[in-house]
Structure formats: structure tokens, C-alpha cells
Design a binder for this molecule. Structure first.
Ligand code: URA
Length: 203
């Protein structure tokens, strides 16, 4: 089965992990993708946000959450009094999975399979062991299941403090789901409420 494990250098710092991840061929997603999108942020961050996988813009720019979902995340972080500069931001899966689009059109994201999430998990574990955040925030079901197990239901347990030894974890919805919600303002307020719970667990 596919796994990134053999590509992850043991005991490496974030910079070395990032360089090694650039050459990861642990599953097939590297083939159509432009590049690996590794996590970004300070090594001493107290908070680690985990998304699903890079989107179209992230795949081109090589940085996590710099597209539309990232803008919404930035705005919500700001409103919840959480500075993005102090946060380490990454994804459960480090390559963009997509349906090819016509020339010049934005490529449409495709959800990663469980096997692809599992294959990429060694990178997330390596990031966690370097950053050792006080709190992990899972954005959406893919990240939540990767960190909290496949039985975890974001819709039922969002915004609650969970624990996966040795980490405290809070899961919420994905910022993209806020952008797609029929009542966007209500969805945004719910997302913000969860981030305020995150904020309250930091001080
Ligand atoms: N969605 C994600 O889950 N991650 C990104 O980096 C961008 C969009």
C-alpha cells in the first residue's frame, strides 16, 4: 500500500521535512499535481491548523491556505483574535487532487481517498513532533478523521475539546464549506464561534 513513510527523514527539523516532502512519491497524487504544499508557520506555534488538501491556488503557489478558503480563514482568525503569523497551518494531504479542467479554468478539487490520507499521515505526524502545538484545530471532516479517527463526526462534535494523546484537539468545519453554505453568514458565525472556543483554550 502507498505510504510517505520512507520519504520522511527521521528527527529532521521543519525546513528539512519541507525539502524532503517536495520529492515525496508516497502515493500517486504527486504525478498530476504541480508541487507538494507543505505546512507553513513558526516551529514554536502553539496552534496547528490542519486542512484537507491544497486547492487550485495553493497547488500553483506552493503554500497552504492562500486561495479563497485561506482568505476566509485569515478573516476569521483575525476576528477571533488569533494571529495567523502565530499559527502553523498545514493539510492532511500535501498534494492537490483534482479533476482536470479546460485551459485557463480553475481545476475542481476532488476529495482524497482514505488510502491517500493514510499514505500522507507520516508527514503530519512529523510536523506534529517538530511543532508540538498546545492545540490542534481540524478544519473539516478529512482532517478531523485523520487526527481523531474515522468514526469522528464533525457535525455532532464540532467546537468541543477532544484529546488524542498527547494533544488537545478541536474540530470545526472547513472554511470552503462556509463559502458554499446556503446561508453564508450563519455558517461563518458558527465557524467563528468555534474559533473563539479555540482562543479560550489558549490563554
Ligand atoms: N483547502 C484546504 O483544505 N487546504 C488548503 O490549503 C486550501 C484549501
Amino acid at each position: 500500500t502507498s505510504s510517505a513513510a520512507s520519504f520522511v527523514p527521521e528527527g529532521a527539523d521543519l525546513a528539512a521535512l519541507r525539502r524532503a516532502a517536495a520529492g515525496c512519491e508516497g502515493c500517486d497524487l504527486y504525478k498530476p499535481a504541480t508541487q507538494t504544499v507543505f505546512g507553513a508557520g513558526p516551529e514554536d506555534a502553539r496552534l496547528m491548523f490542519v486542512g484537507e488538501q491544497p486547492g487550485d491556488v495553493e497547488d500553483r503557489q506552493g503554500e497552504p491556505f492562500v486561495g479563497p478558503a485561506g482568505r476566509l480563514l485569515d478573516k476569521a482568525l483575525d476576528e477571533a483574535d488569533l494571529a495567523r503569523e502565530g499559527v502553523y497551518v498545514t493539510n492532511a494531504v500535501k498534494h492537490f487532487k483534482f479533476v482536470p479542467a479546460e485551459r485557463g479554468k480553475r481545476r475542481i478539487h476532488k476529495a482524497p481517498s482514505r488510502g491517500e490520507v493514510a499514505a500522507c499521515l507520516p508527514w503530519l505526524h512529523a510536523e506534529l513532533s517538530q511543532v508540538r502545538p498546545d492545540l490542534i484545530v481540524c478544519l473539516g471532516a478529512t482532517a478531523a478523521k485523520a487526527v481523531l479517527g474515522n468514526a469522528y463526526k464533525v457535525s455532532e462534535r464540532r467546537g468541543r475539546l477532544e484529546h488524542v494523546d498527547p494533544y488537545d484537539v478541536i474540530a470545526t468545519v472547513h472554511p470552503s464549506s462556509v463559502l458554499r453554505a446556503p446561508d453564508r453568514d450563519e455558517a461563518y458565525q458558527g465557524f467563528l464561534a468555534d474559533l473563539r472556543v479555540v482562543r479560550s483554550h489558549l490563554s
